[in-house]
Design a protein around this ligand. Structure first.
Ligand SMILES: [Zn+2]
Ligand SMILES: [Zn+2]
Length: 395
């Protein structure tokens, strides 16, 4: 048995997130996508927590359900602090085993002067190490997973305000960090090259700020959807597979300066220097560059710890390309919902549905596109400095 989980998303109470991110809409979209377990997100926000407590049904300690969709208590916290004379910004995914722990976490954060009724992803002025220690003090079964570890800002290993290793960031708490989230701009293969990540499970989630982005990256764990098997999945690397973007599609894959339209590979930057050739400002060093800097000399993560992964292009993008219509058009939306409901959800459509079914329900062009993406036959323009890349099936 296994289950798909999206454990990094946000509610409508997080900044820069869609007002449509209500519990009912999130659950409805989980079904469209075919996601078995979701994070509640944003559990420190008083209004959102009240909605969660008023609407979720507890099925076991720490396990919840809404309209047939399973939830665990999770949130993202933003640590902003100084260490080693540099300013650091690290986002952490935090999961709590029960509501009592959530109350304890909220009290602890209030005691640190965190503003909990603003952003659903509150900022705290303590180190990632200290926050982890405090969370585990409240309940040793809390889970702490550094979020989108490679993003230049807010990633634990990011080029702008991160660290060079897990140890440097978490010190004595490092053994209590079970896993890391790769983020959109990196895939497991890239992470396997980094010795500092050895022994940690590698997971992928959507970081959705709007409903259609739910489940755009996912992790499949063994067991049944709930806190216990999530904890075992993270702690013991019971990851069956991850479902990923092509990392080139992420916003920070290559180096560059968006305003000047300058994009460079790590080799080009190494030769030409880290300033924009057009305007002289510092380039934003992307994930590929950073991974290369932190890679061992040919050393890689133990083969036994590696898990399979699939690289996908969202169905809405494939439909937009095959129908020749914009992503936000009615024709794309109608086709999307029809195909998902006929074939068992978007994840099933993209990863498992047979060619004949895809052709019958979505037409030949779509069946060919999905098959090409599964085989890695794609053309890509990599993202850089906050600009998404594009990936499309090769002609
Ligand atoms: Zn974040
Ligand atoms: Zn420039």
């Amino acid at each position: 048995m296994s289950f798909t989980a999206d454990l990094h998303l946000h509610s409508r109470y997080a900044y820069a997130c869609s007002k449509n991110l209500t519990l009912a809409n999130i659950a409805a979209w989980a079904k469209i996508k075919g996601i078995d377990l979701l994070s509640t997100a944003d559990f420190t926000h008083p209004a959102w927590l009240a909605e969660l407590e008023g609407n979720l049904t507890q099925t076991a300690e720490g396990d919840f359900e809404f309209d047939g969709v399973r939830f665990v208590l999770g949130t993202e916290l933003s640590c902003v602090y100084k260490q080693g004379g540099r300013s650091r910004r690290v986002h952490l995914l935090v999961f709590a085993p029960d509501l009592e722990s959530v109350r304890g976490i909220r009290e602890m954060l209030s005691g640190l002067n965190a503003k909990l009724n603003g952003d659903g992803r509150p900022t705290i002025g303590v180190s990632a190490r200290d926050l982890t220690a405090r969370l585990l003090d409240i309940n040793a079964d809390c889970l702490v997973v550094p979020a989108h570890i490679w993003t230049p800002w807010y990633g634990m290993l990011g080029s702008k305000s991160g660290f060079d290793s897990l140890d440097e960031c978490f010190e004595d708490m490092t053994p209590h960090i079970p896993a890391v989230e790769t983020g959109l701009s990196s895939d497991p293969e890239m992470n396997w090259r980094v010795p500092a990540l050895a022994g940690k499970s590698i997971v992928s989630f959507s970081d959705a700020h709007s409903l259609p982005n739910l489940g755009r990256e996912l992790t499949e764990f063994s067991g049944t959807p709930g806190y216990q098997d999530l904890a075992a999945g993270l702690n013991e690397n019971r990851v069956e597979r991850t479902i990923e973007f092509f990392p080139e599609e992420g916003k920070y894959h290559l180096n560059g300066h968006r305003k000047c339209g300058v994009s460079q590979s790590p080799d080009e930057t190494t030769q030409a220097g880290t300033r924009c050739p057009e305007c002289g400002r510092p380039l934003t060093l992307g994930v590929l560059h950073r991974v290369r800097d932190l890679s061992g000399d040919g050393q890689t993560v133990d083969e036994a710890a590696r898990r399979p992964y699939d690289r996908l292009v969202p169905l809405v993008e494939l439909l937009s390309q095959t129908l020749g219509k914009g992503r936000a058009t009615k024709s794309v939306a109608t086709a999307y919902h029809h195909i998902c409901s006929e074939l068992g959800g978007e994840i099933q459509v993209l990863t498992e549905a047979p060619f004949d079914d895809l052709e019958r329900v979505g037409g030949q062009a779509l069946a060919v596109a999905v098959t090409k993406v599964r085989a890695g036959q794609v053309e890509m323009v990599p993202g850089f400095d906050g600009q998404y890349g594009t990936v499309r099936p090769a002609d």
